[in-house]
Design a protein around this ligand. Sequence first.
Ligand SMILES: [Zn+2]
Length: 308
Amino acid sequence: MSSGWSVGLDIGGTKVDGVLLDSASAVRGTLRAATVRGTDGVVTCASRVVRELCAAAGIDTADVVGVGVGVPGLVDPRTGSVSHAVNLGMDLSDVPLGALLTSALDGVPVRVENDVNAAALGAAHLLGLGADLAYLALGTGVAAGVVLDGRLRRGFRGGAGEIGHVTYEPSGPQCACGQRGCLELYASGSTLDAAGPVGPGLRASHEVFEAAAAGDPRAAGVRDAFVEAVAAAVRLIVLTYDVERVVLGGGFAEVGEPLLGGVHAVLRRQADGSGLLRSLASADRVVLAPPGAPVAPVGAALAVRGRV
Ligand SMILES: [Zn+2]
């Protein structure tokens, strides 16, 4: 069989992050490349990242156990097909991404996972967490990857953890999903950006928190509404899955301690008024993903080895 090397990729709308893991699941190489949109472009740039990671480590691509791929979209992990990955320019249903990539890599096995699910596996591994956790991705959208009893909970139709589309404000604005006032409209980083003082971009979220800490009342209002909604997402996860840990991840969790402290404060305040919430101790379960760690590609690499 093989040497035990595996490759993990996280294919996002702008970049592909790749890692090479050795047989002990330690990261032995990382590589970032720009995403080329469209099915052909994604397959080409993904296979190039795999080949370059292997070449840099002096191993043959044929020697890896497999390649795990995390993508934003509806995924059938059994077939490796992807549907509606619009951020990758792959709008169609059932694009056979796994088979296409296997072909481009001369037969190397490929496993495709939803990117948030892959991140949940990677966070569990990199943080050395136990068997039950949820990874709450705070990006342009809001979703959770859920690991229960050491296994990824994908759901009957792959919809487990899609908490961004639970109603938060019944009279709120229309969501792209067709409902009103979804949690995603309040707890996503895009909302923070839209309200930010300097326009769109990740930087804006940091500036909202900094301006709020410096006493700007408008920024404080935006920050508090965001934190309140993130805390609601955590409460929902704990009440639904009762996981041991909830990991805050995604680009907008990089705000770091100010976000974590705010979420802790909201959850503790709510626990003060509820014996049920107090007994669940949700605040004690929330941690940050390790900043800058490649949680999604590492999780994808673990998934291809079946360690889920
Ligand atoms: Zn929605």
